[in-house]
Design a protein around this ligand. Sequence first.
Ligand code: SAH
Length: 232
Amino acid sequence: MVNTIQKSLDDKSIVKDYFNATGFERWRNIYGDGQVNKVQLDIREGHQQTIDKVVNWLKEDGNLANLTICDAGCGVGSLTIPLAQEGAIIFASDISSKMVGEAAERIKQVMTNPRNIRLGVQDLESIRGEYHTVICLDVLIHYPTEEAAQMIKHLSSLAKSRLILSFAPKTFFLTILKRIGEFFPGPSKTTRAYQHKEEDIVKILQDNGFQIKRTDMTSTNFYYSRLLEAVR
Ligand code: SAH
């Protein structure tokens, strides 16, 4: 047990350091509109598809205005911004203060004084409160399944009705493995990419009282993300 906790602290501090340093520069560019290389452009487009899919699901439901949403591991606000523009009430937080700082900048650029967004710098396991919907996109890739299970458990406790998650599915393991060097080049390779078996994630969600409602899959050359919407 102590070992598991220690290991999880290590994983978290490695991820946090990465997203406050080289990872911040890299992902700020990928999640932006400036010049990037071909691989990064491919990842940018893939990620944008995931964002668009979630935004479309929520819009289709027709109840986005005033819906309470927690965007856990919000990065630079790629999802928070379009949802807030639709009137959702959002708490967005991230373990990296740099990412949250960038999110604040981007929000300022497109919205004047938005009252429906609250930002926080914190590990997702320390988020408190209750939200209609909790969303956690492209974060679980940074943690082994055991730790992802703990995270999902905590996120479940915050979600009154719905939890939306994305993760890199294990099926593409070999493809990803070959390309991991592209995801985390150079010294930042210390941050690993973990794939999860869909059946494991579904079981974790079920164990926490959820069932799968909608699913989607985004695959480009270098970006693979399975999207699950789970409801109570
Ligand atoms: N969800 C965003 C960002 C994805 S990048 C989007 O899809 O646009 C992954 C983000 O997860 C990074 O910003 C990183 O800092 C954050 N992160 C990683 N581990 C975290 C944790 N334990 N708690 C909160 N945020 C975390």
